[in-house]
Design a protein around this ligand. Sequence first.
Ligand SMILES: [Zn+2]
Length: 197
Amino acid sequence: MTHALVLNRKFYAVQIAGWQRAVSMVYQGHAEVVDGELATYDFGTWAELSALMESHPAGFVHTPRLRFAIPEVIRLTRYDRLPRRDVAFTRRNVYEHYRWRCCYCGVRFGSDELNLEHVVPRSRGGGSTWDNVVTACVPCNTRKGDRLPAEAGMRLLVKPAKPRWSPAQAIAASSPVPLRKSWLRLIDRAYWDGELG
Ligand SMILES: [Zn+2]
């Protein structure tokens, strides 16, 4: 299975698409093929080039009439927007954010030994939000109980906050395949340009 990196009209990475969808978008004129130098090609031009290629990293699609090199990167001709960058508040994402460590003792645990811990307890109005929920191991969680950290004589090793993911992380999280090295340069572009700040 081959996939293509999809860029928006301004060459910012938005997602990873299966090759059939990528080829079909180019065929319909909704997207163009992008090469390693960021030159773009419409379907007809790329088909002509494909006929001259001896080989192509992603291989070819064959039809009775032509051979089409499967694009590794395509650019949408109209779409300007960027993918959603918010990190959803889920158990897994919280664990991931704190690198599977207890935020009180700093020890790394497996998922069944970690709990989500409300810094300000729910009984005191603490919310289930990024800035109030951390990971805690069972002993630390039990020790803290229904108290504030200071009341329990405990100290947080981190300041709870919503993570900010780089575009590479956001795209990797929604990608059905591992990101290719050749894509990363393009994916990180928006990040370095400060567009996502
Ligand atoms: Zn702990």
